[in-house]
Design a protein around this ligand. Structure first.
Ligand code: S3P
Length: 174
């Protein structure tokens, strides 16, 4: 696949799992944005938020996306907040297709509840909070997306097949 794939969606929607499957089954290169930022900074996302603030982290996300313009055959697992900035969406559009993995607040809660790696959910680990942040973000996810794939309940292989089929169809049309 010459195009890059940017996986967007809420925390816990399954972006990292799907991205690893696309790497393992389809030979795509994988960029996990949070991991790359942690490696660059030499500290965890939680530490970055606590020590330098969210705005600093958001600037790192944008810088990383802008540096990916020359990539090909790469799947990028984006942090859940990436599509909130228009400049991030523009950077993704320049080099690939944007896939929104959508999932319900209940599914998301089940997937994130035992982890303490996401500063935005610390102290807010409940379905009601997730539902309200998801509702706030959904319009941005939807308007950024070239393709939307349901990630609730579907097994990861089926999700990958649906993504690749829809990307190929979109490439033929567009
Ligand atoms: C965030 C999502 C996280 C991480 C950071 C902020 C968000 O990534 O980038 O904690 O704003 O939704 P995942 O979506 O990979 O959990």
């Amino acid at each position: 696949m010459s195009q890059n794939i940017f996986l967007i969606g809420f925390m816990g929607a399954g972006k990292s799992t799907v991205a690893r499957e696309l790497r393992d089954q389809y030979g795509m290169r994988l960029i996990e944005m949070d991991e790359q930022i942690e490696a660059q900074e030499g500290r965890s996302i939680s530490q970055i938020f606590a020590e330098s603030g969210e705005a600093y982290f958001r600037a790192l996300e944008t810088r990383l996306l802008l540096s990916l313009e020359q990539e090909s055959n790469t799947v990028v697992s984006c942090g859940g907040g990436v599509p909130m900035r228009g400049e991030n969406v523009a950077a993704m559009r320049l080099s690939g297709k944007i896939i929104y993995l959508c999932a319900s607040a209940e599914t998301i809660y089940e997937r994130v509840k035992d982890f303490h790696t996401r500063p935005l959910l610390e102290g807010n680990m409940n379905v009601e909070y997730i539902r309200s942040l998801l509702a706030q973000r959904t319009p941005k996810y939807q308007s950024a997306a070239d393709i939307t794939v349901a990630a609730d309940g579907n097994d990861v292989r089926a999700v990958c097949e649906e993504i690749l089929q829809k990307v190929q169809t979109a490439a033929k049309i567009g």
